[in-house]
Write a protein of this length. Sequence first.
Length: 187
Amino acid sequence: MKRIIIGITGASGTVYAVDLLQKIKQFADVETHLVMSKWAKQNLALDTDYQLNDITALADYVYDDRDQSAKIASGSFLVDGMVIVPASMKTIAGIAYGFADNLIGRAADVMLKEQRKLVVVPRESPLSTIHLENLTKLSQLGVQIIPPIPSFYNHPTSIQDLLDHQSMKTLDALNIPNNFSKRWNGK
């Protein structure tokens, strides 16, 4: 059984997290641990027609972002990886500088200190030099950065096609085999 932490922060793009959770739910051998920031909950209402209960029902375990005593806040709780989707620039900066003031930041800090898989899906545009420096620092620490940038070789015809491709890439990074989108097979 794989254990994956999913952090959702206050950047626009909550639909990426919803799609990822829906896809992971299809895998009986993947256990999900969800934590949403206060602003992620706000953006859920702004970005989508989903209710909070719809999202929490997709996870096996749900934590309050203020609960620094949660099991995902400790390196002794073994997990296979963590993804933050979408990742706000505030969260990126907090992780880059070890400012673990909430459970998402603390769980990410644990991933770094334990040298476990951490994936971030940053959602901001345009990116400032500060954003790029923080993302570069995370990359140098081994964090995989997968911005939601669509590919067009697979000829997407809907928003769902774009979401499928992003979720496929994220699941690939977490070593969860999947075929949710067309893959490049050469010319």
